[in-house]
Design a protein around this ligand. Structure first.
Ligand code: BMX
Ligand code: ZN
Length: 327
């Protein structure tokens, strides 16, 4: 059995899983609150504790583990093994040496990667991307993360920063995005933007179930609530998914003309909307892509759910070890 630990540092929780990489299986996983306000040192301490815990709870020992992979939700410098920019985490993260700190703390090889690139690698290796040669993945949640596989390899680009698909510009004059640009796909179609569309239709007094479903507590409007309304036949809610799908479909159309991939995988919490989201994405792509045979491109939701990132990080840790042993 080849044992690795995959770990995801998120804005709310840290999740770690013990992975049998040859079987592509998570043997045991645990999570703990991130408590980012306590600062990077404390968070890295909790990551290390959680990793030790999943190993011990499964009855394994540290010597059984070949390597550890840790993902983080933002910009990392993979050459230096450091964090550059995590917008959704409190505390001062620029230049935090995540890789070397954890590696000396755990006395194991540690590899780091962006969270959505981890999901991409997980789905590609063990999930909805299996068997594809070229694929792109979008992870739609609080933000829109992404990753690209070309010729069976995760595309890294400069310092590992390729694949920021949420920051494709889809409107020249769109709203300001957290990254600094205007009109990014993330500003239109990540979970907070979808929820805001729901809030607006309720505030305008439009005939929709959305308000009723949350007892008119606007803070409770989420993409899940809007999906529930749409499934009950609510036309206004369906319109919100159509708009969301056309924003995301526009970004994907740009990806398709760049990569001509055979598969696009949509992951993250928002992917639970299923065909409410995928149908308008498919329609938009047909409207916008002329030079590539779009009918051959599969647009699918991820298969691994919450395990995608953990499996992807275990796989990444293994790939990094193999690359190091080749020199
Ligand atoms: C942002 C971007 C991506 C990240 C994504 C994650 C930053 C700080 N982050 O688009 O690197 O993958 O958020 O989204 O630029 P989340 O839903 O996991 O927060
Ligand atoms: Zn942006």
């Amino acid at each position: 059995m080849d044992l690795f630990v995959g770990c995801d540092l998120g804005g709310t929780n840290i999740k770690a899983g013990l992975v049998d990489i040859s079987a592509g299986q998570v043997l045991l996983s645990r999570s703990t609150p991130t408590l980012a306000q306590e600062g990077p040192e404390a968070v890295m301490g909790r990551i290390a504790d959680l990793i030790r815990k999943v190993i011990a709870e499964n009855g394994a020992s540290m010597e059984d583990i070949q390597g550890v992979g840790v993902s983080a939700p933002g910009l990392l410098d993979l050459e230096k093994g450091i964090v550059l920019f995590l917008t959704n985490l409190h505390g001062h993260w620029p230049n935090v040496p995540l890789q070397s700190h954890l590696s000396s703390e755990l006395d194991l090889p540690v590899a780091i990667l962006n969270d959505a690139r981890a999901i991409t690698l997980g789905e590609y290796t063990f999930g909805a991307g299996r068997g594809a040669t070229n694929m792109a993945c979008l992870a739609i949640g609080t933000g829109i993360g992404g990753g690209v596989i070309v010729d069976g390899q995760l595309v890294l680009g400069l310092r590992g920063q390729a694949g920021e698909l949420g920051h494709l510009t889809i409107d020249l004059n769109g709203p300001r995005c957290g990254c600094g640009n205007k009109g990014c796909m993330e500003a239109f179609a990540a979970a907070p933007a979808i929820a805001t569309m729901g809030v607006k239709v309720v505030q305008r007094g439009q005939a929709t179930l959305i308000g009723e479903l949350v007892d008119y507590d606007l803070n409770k409007i989420t993409p899940e609530v809007i999906a529930e309304a749409a499934r009950k036949g609510d036309e206004i809610a369906r319109e919100i998914w159509k708009d969301t799908g056309s924003y995301i479909g526009t970004g994907i159309a740009n990806l398709i003309v760049t990569l001509a991939p055979e598969r696009i995988v949509i992951s993250g919490g928002v992917a639970a909307a299923g065909d409410l989201l995928l149908d308008p994405i498919r329609r938009t792509i047909k409207e916008r892509v002329f030079l590539i045979p779009v009918e051959e491109i599969q647009i699918l939701t991820g298969e691994l759910g919450n395990d995608a990132g953990v499996l992807g990080m275990a796989q990444w840790a293994q790939l990094q070890l193999q690359a190091a042993s080749r020199g």
